[in-house]
Write a protein that binds this ligand. Structure first.
Ligand SMILES: [Zn+2]
Length: 321
């Protein structure tokens, strides 16, 4: 009997592997429960959007309440959103009550439309800056970027913008689940929220932390601000789980610590170049050497130099103040 139960278990395990979302060479994707909590995450492939990953490379997550679900960053386009919904339904049949969008970049929120289509009463939340900037051109800009890279934007327009605002320090309860919202003025962008889920002691960091891949720092961002934010997180608070915008979730040191290490090394070598009146890239080689394994992260080769230039300009600006 034991043997039969064991083989049944293996068979079921095998079947659930088969039924996951298969994304070519990147493998299978499914929502996984985080420990014994009511938080589920489907960690996307940590890389740039491309044709084979269909523009799916973020970390859609949901919190299961008594009556329904609260989703964080449902994904980068309408079709990905439909897949995300399919995967959610494999582990919970409760309706989606609310969605949080962490910031203005389309790879996190363009799937809102798929959720709203199925749940027309869903409340979609974001920081007021996110809503304003997305409507003022950021959504169109990201539509162009993601269409060019992934060719999978069909159904994404008209955009489903968040309609409900969340501000720094705001506390919000949805379906008995409690959240605290933090808004750094300028870090990954000026539109970000970090979301604390109290019951599970989870901190959703958005793109203020990435792991195994680097992304762009646009004109609304501040690398120095991002460093300051993460230094505060390292010092204060102890969550059970830290969830980056891209890459695996984990403990504080392995998740927040590794990205902070990268940003601090950028700052260190840009500062040295600035102090010595040299070009921003004067110590690029030294910086890469000191970064060690970080140089293996996706997009490192074309992002790291840009980041070095960006933090150099920030240091210069600060010096002029
Ligand atoms: Zn982003």
């Amino acid at each position: 009997m034991k043997k039969i139960i064991l083989s049944l278990g293996i068979l079921l395990g095998f079947l659930s592997t088969l039924s996951a979302w298969h994304l070519g060479k990147y493998g299978d994707f499914r929502f996984e429960r985080m420990g014994d909590s009511n938080v589920w995450i489907m960690h996307g492939p940590a890389m740039e959007p491309n044709v084979e990953n269909k523009g799916f490379m973020n970390n859609p997550a949901f919190i299961e309440g008594e009556h329904g679900l609260i989703v964080i960053d449902p994904g980068g386009n309408y079709r990905v959103g439909k897949k995300v919904l399919e995967e959610i339904e494999k582990v919970s049949h409760k309706p989606i009550l609310a969605v949080f969008n962490t910031h203005k970049h389309g790879d996190h929120w363009f799937a809102n439309g798929a959720v709203a289509e199925k749940y027309p009463k869903v409340k979609i939340y974001a920081h007021p800056n996110m809503i304003r900037e997305a409507k003022a051109g950021e959504a169109e800009k990201w539509y162009g970027i993601l269409e060019r890279l992934s060719h999978n934007l069909e159904g994404t327009k008209p955009f489903t913008f968040p309609a409900f605002e969340l501000r720094d320090g705001q506390q919000i309860a949805i379906d008995g689940q409690h959240f605290v919202i933090y808004h750094p003025q300028k870090a990954h962008t000026d539109t970000d929220i970090l979301i604390e889920h109290e019951e599970s002691k989870t901190l959703f960091l958005g793109d203020n932390v990435m792991k195994n891949r680097l992304g762009g720092f646009d004109a609304s961002s501040s690398i120095l601000g991002n460093i300051e934010l993460l230094e505060g997180i390292m010092k204060n608070g102890n969550y059970r789980l830290y969830v980056p915008g891209h890459g695996p979730s984990g403990g504080k040191e392995e998740t927040v610590g590794s990205y902070l290490h990268y940003l601090r090394l950028l700052k260190k070598w840009a500062q040295k170049a600035y102090d010595n009146d040299e070009e921003y890239y004067a110590y690029k080689k030294e910086a890469i050497r000191e970064m060690g394994d970080l140089a293996q992260w996706d997009a490192f080769d074309h992002q790291m130099g840009k980041h070095l230039g960006k933090v150099y300009r920030e240091i210069e600006e600060k010096d002029m103040e």
